[in-house]
Structure formats: structure tokens, C-alpha cells
Write a protein that binds this ligand. Structure first.
Ligand code: GLN
Length: 197
């Protein structure tokens, strides 16, 4: 059975587990690095990216997460998780896991619009998808190998690069589990190809 972890250091963890389970696979809250070994894929949830990075360092997750990605296992970063995956963060010299070739801007929709909900068409995944944004970042630009999956007000809000998926909104906060379902399919495919290689 496919097992997908949710990095459980901070943020909306339980809701992601619910969304993973709604797609018929097992969801596991990850609090220790050894747990990564039993997983086929991982979700890095929303929360606060600088706090999450601090906790990643404190609990020695940084290298194990890089190795998880290098082993060809899919990672889905949502909101703060998207910021952690990006190679470039606007206005900052430093980055975090730097796994996806893209530039992100934090808190990009402005304070006056702390949270909002819109319908999005996510290319190849879902039309009329209900997306909840909370102090959301957006993707300013993507490199050649990164596909744009959705835009809102001409800003990129979802993208995929091989085994990495990222979105600026919270796919776990509604009953629309189709984007998580897309990630589950990515994980199933990678598990098959890792088993045959
Ligand atoms: N603005 C937050 C950050 O910079 C992300 C917000 C969220 O994950 N809902 O980390």
C-alpha cells in the first residue's frame, strides 16, 4: 500500500492526512527522520516557512529531506511548503530545500487580503477547483523544466517539476481532494518506476 507522510513539525497536518486518506492511501504524520524510510511520498504543509525551516534544522530533517528527494520520491509543498521547495525567494539571498526551479514571493497577495477563496482551473488535474489562500505566496517565475499548472490574476499559484508539486493555496482545507489525488498518482507512478529500476 502507498504511504504518504505529512511533515508534522508545524502547520495544517491532520487536514492533509484526511485528504490523503480520502484518496484511498495511508497518511502518516512525520515527526522523526527515521519515518521517512517507510514513505513513498511526502507533503510539506502550510504554516510559516521561517518557523518550519527552524524546526527542520532543530530536528535534523534538512539532509534526510534532500536525500528523500534525491532518491526519486515525490514531494508536494503547499503554501509555506512551496516556499521551502523554491530555489529563489524574492528579496532574500538564502533559500531552503531548493528543489524546484522557481522564484517565489512571500505574502504576495497583500495584508488586506489575508485569506480568500477562488475557483481555479488546474491544468490536467481539475476544473472549477475550490482554492483557499491564506497569507499566500505566489510563484514569480519558473525555470524551463517546471510546468505551470494554475494561475490566479496572472500569478502562478501551482506548478510541477518532475516529482515535485507545489501550490500557493491550501488543498487540505476543503472537501475537494483532486489536487492531493494528483499527487497520490505521482507517488504511485514513482513507486512503480523505482521498483522496476
Ligand atoms: N506566509 C507564510 C510564509 O511565508 C505562508 C502562509 C501559509 O502557509 N498559509 O511562510
Amino acid at each position: 500500500m502507498i504511504k504518504i507522510g505529512v511533515l508534522g513539525l508545524q502547520g495544517a497536518v491532520r487536514e492533509h492526512i484526511r485528504s490523503i486518506e480520502a484518496n484511498g492511501v495511508e497518511g502518516i504524520v512525520v515527526k522523526r527522520t527515521e519515518q521517512l524510510d517507510e514513505l513513498d511520498g511526502l507533503i510539506i504543509p502550510g504554516g510559516e516557512s521561517t518557523t518550519m525551516r527552524r524546526l527542520i534544522d532543530k530536528y535534523h530533517f534538512f539532509e534526510p529531506l534532500k536525500q528523500f528527494a534525491e532518491a526519486g520520491k515525490p514531494i508536494f509543498g503547499t503554501c509555506a511548503g512551496l516556499i521551502l521547495l523554491a530555489t529563489r525567494i524574492q528579496g532574500q539571498d538564502s533559500n531552503h530545500l531548493a528543489l524546484m526551479d522557481m522564484t517565489v514571493e512571500r505574502n504576495a497577495f497583500g495584508r488586506q487580503r489575508e485569506s480568500f477563496e477562488v475557483e481555479l482551473d488546474i491544468s490536467g488535474v481539475a476544473d472549477g477547483y475550490e482554492a483557499v489562500f491564506i497569507r499566500a505566496p505566489y510563484i514569480v517565475d519558473v525555470g524551463e523544466g517546471t510546468n505551470v499548472l494554475a494561475t490566479y490574476q496572472s500569478k502562478i499559484v501551482a506548478a510541477q517539476q518532475g516529482n515535485f508539486l507545489a501550490c500557493a493555496f491550501h488543498p487540505e482545507l476543503t472537501d475537494d481532494h483532486r489536487l492531493t489525488g494528483h499527487f497520490v498518482k505521482m507517488v504511485e507512478e514513482s513507486k512503480k518506476s523505482l521498483a522496476s529500476s
